[in-house]
Design a protein around this ligand. Structure first.
Ligand code: FAD
Length: 403
């Protein structure tokens, strides 16, 4: 179906996402130049608890469910958020009576709804996939009507499309989340659909780490078998091509001997390691560190794979490094807690040997470790600050450190 969503606020985007995930063709039309330009980006950023809405209203119901879904979404997508609770303060008599009304409501609908929901989650996590928990608020009493449904254990997990790895290797990723919640001596595990869905993400990450950047876990089907009291699962995988690290070359003279990089490079290329974006990022970080070790404190290093030139799965990687200037250890700015027992300038004296030397993070770490191990410090925090020294523009001095 073709779907047109008008308005790219949080509501329009959520509707469009859901429709797209269901396989529809979706167009989002927005009057302004970008998404979320309306009230969606100009609100108080509170995840509402729902205590203000009248019991039984749709608003109370959707607010409570929406809150749970939002927390789950934030957790699964790495969106920073805080569950900090809420303090309701009355600033005048009228508000005090409103608070009293909330209090008198006793068992609020959000609380009741949450209770029923989490009981359902508990059952589903223990092998009752079709549990149904209904609730009714009777004054101060919450009536729960639990229909457990059948218990199902986790049956067999079958894989389709896995050309590279044995089912036994893949199985661990699928059952690991459930297994982690039960004793290792418990042979039979319950069927928990949410855990299997998590398992498919773990499986996907495993494939990606093994050189399959385009892998798709196309489908997870669950097949309940009431006779055995078990649910089997079929995971359909489209592996896509496998890539390895190919030749790693510098686009320009790196300015320091290439031998310095040899161990890092051959760790990826000899024998060729499966390609992954995470390993590439490690390479970038490691090469930058090697420049830093030679004093190039602000070296800029980028690493670029070229999949179009990959031969036999070996992806050539180009390193573009701009070392910048050599830095030296500079002045020490010492900050001490006034209650500290150390002599003034104690640290300055300890660090004075480094001053003027070419910057090397390892030297700083060695000295820091030695000082810390003396046991003289509850906390010792070293902060590096690059400070170009105007007096020696050709050979800039810095960083200065210590707080
Ligand atoms: C002051 C304030 C504080 C709030 N605080 C909170 C809070 O703490 N927590 C919370 O959960 N909620 C809060 N809300 C409510 C929440 O922000 C809104 O419910 C939510 O953002 C509404 O999203 P929306 O997508 O419906 O609207 P919008 O974000 O306004 O999106 C509508 C979009 O449609 C576009 N549009 C309009 N007409 C057309 C057209 N004809 N063609 C194309 N595009 C069009 C607009 O440009 C806009 O981008 C607050 C609201 C306000 C006003």
């Amino acid at each position: 179906m073709q779907i047109l969503v008008i308005g790219a606020g949080v509501v329009g985007l959520a509707v469009a996402r859901q429709a797209a995930l269901a396989g529809h063709d979706v167009i989002v039309a927005e009057a302004t130049s970008g998404i979320g330009n309306g009230v969606s980006s100009r609100n108080s950023e509170v995840i509402h608890g729902g205590m203000y809405y009248p019991t039984g209203s749709l608003r109370a119901l959707h607010c409570t469910r929406g809150r749970r879904m939002l927390y789950e979404f934030c957790a699964s997508h790495g969106v920073p958020h805080r569950k900090c609770g809420k303090l309701i303060v009355a600033t005048n008599a009228a508000e005090a009576s409103k608070i009293a009304a909330i209090q008198q409501q006793g068992l609020s609908q959000p609380l009741a709804d949450d209770t029923a929901y989490y009981i359902g989650v508990f059952y589903r996590r223990h092998g009752y996939p079709s549990v149904d928990v209904k609730y009714r608020i009777q004054g101060e009493i919450l009536e729960l009507d639990i229909s457990e449904g059948l218990y199902y254990k986790l049956g067999e997990i079958y894989f389709e499309g896995n050309k590279t790895f044995q089912p036994s290797a893949l199985n661990e990723y699928m059952v690991g989340t459930t297994r982690a919640r039960f004793s290792q001596f418990q042979h039979e595990l319950p069927f928990v659909e949410a855990d299997l869905i998590t398992g498919t993400s773990l499986l996907q990450s495993f494939y990606v780490s093994q050189g399959f950047p385009q892998v798709q876990i196309v489908k997870l089907s669950t097949i309940p078998d009431a006779k055995r009291g078990a649910v089997d699962a079929v995971v359909t995988i489209k592996e896509g091509p496998r890539y390895y690290f190919g030749p790693i070359t510098f686009s320009r003279n790196p300015g320091i001997p290439k031998e310095n990089f040899a161990p890092k490079i051959s760790a990826l290329t000899n024998p060729p390691k499966p390609y992954s974006a995470a390993e590439l990022q490690n390479l970038q970080r490691d090469l930058t560190f090697l420049f830093k070790k030679e004093g190039y404190y602000e070296a800029s290093v980028s690493v670029t794979p070229d999949f179009k030139k990959a031969q036999g799965g070996a992806v050539p990687i180009t390193v573009d490094a701009i070392p910048g200037s050599i830095y030296h250890f500079g002045a020490l700015v010492e900050h001490q807690d006034p209650r500290a027992r150390l002599r003034p300038k104690f640290l300055t004296a300890r660090f004075s040997g480094l001053r003027g030397q070419v910057y090397d993070p390892d030297k700083l770490t060695d000295l820091y470790t030695k000082l810390y191990l003396t046991g003289l410090f509850d906390a010792l925090d070293v902060q590096e600050v690059a400070e170009p020294d105007q007096r020696w523009p050709a050979e800039r001095r810095g960083p200065a450190w210590l707080r």
